[in-house]
Design a protein around this ligand. Structure first.
Ligand code: SF4
Length: 239
């Protein structure tokens, strides 16, 4: 039986149907060129931001990786797994995800307000690493991590902001609950959705069309323009 998989970067979604589609390896329509470029800019800025922090004299572990690399942790939840690849650890204590931001998001971070999806992502990294780290080379580092954080880079100005928080076990427990429901459900159309997410969802326009026949579509590997994938969301990092 195929292993179901959800990455930390998508688990902030409140649409369990979306999580089901991702868990079953469906990526949705290919992103357009503009979206790809935004993603590429975010990736390109990561090592630059790391260098800025090192220049300040900080100890920074940069987890340079690609979507093809093995995950840093694997947590078994029922018939599926939660996986993740974190960005960096600052000062051996703060596990951070690096986000390139528009002015609006950057201003929110300056006020200490972290978007829910990002908060979930870093908490899943934290507890996922503590419970299911599968890399010998970072075990000691993982033991020393105490906080989670978002490191925001404002694209236009190059200004940065760092919001650091205590890990939140309740967030992680809620993620386990969601993943458990998604992994144990056969029909995605019985799952709870969040209509507020539809406008920015990559499955917009296709999830409803699949209707009750989604199981058959997946079995045949047709998916009406959908493609099989790894479950890692291109939108990772909120770029
Ligand atoms: S389009 Fe809406 S209902 Fe469908 S998967 Fe996306 S968020 Fe969920």
């Amino acid at each position: 039986m195929k292993q179901l998989s959800l990455s930390a970067s998508v688990l902030g979604s409140n649409c369990l149907r979306k999580l089901w589609l991702i868990a079953n390896g469906i990526e949705g329509p290919e992103p357009d060129e503009a979206t790809r470029r935004i993603f590429d800019i975010g990736k390109a800025l990561e090592p630059v931001a790391i260098e800025w922090e090192r220049r300040k004299g900080r100890e920074v572990f940069y987890n340079a990786k690609s979507h093809e690399d093995d995950p840093d942790f694997v947590l078994e939840v029922g018939r599926g797994v939660i996986v993740g690849r974190f960005d960096a650890v600052f000062d051996r204590e703060i596990l951070v995800d690096i986000k390139t931001c528009n002015l609006n998001k950057f201003a929110k971070l300056l006020e200490g307000v972290v978007p829910w999806e990002w908060l979930v992502q870093v908490n899943v990294y934290f507890f996922g690493l503590k419970l299911g780290c599968c890399r010998d080379d970072i075990r000691e580092l993982v033991e020393s991590i105490k906080k989670v954080g978002i490191y925001g880079v404002h694209k236009e100005s190059g200004k940065t902001v760092e919001v650091v928080k205590d890990p939140d076990l309740r967030i992680f427990e809620d993620v386990l609950r969601k993943a458990s429901i998604v992994f144990s459900t056969e029909d995605p159309f019985v799952l709870e959705i969040d209509a507020d997410e539809c406008n920015r969802c990559k499955f917009r326009g296709v999830c409803k069309d699949l209707g009750k026949h989604v199981g058959k579509e997946l079995e045949e590997g047709v998916g009406k323009g959908l493609e099989k994938g790894t479950g890692e969301d291109l939108g990772r990092g909120g770029r």
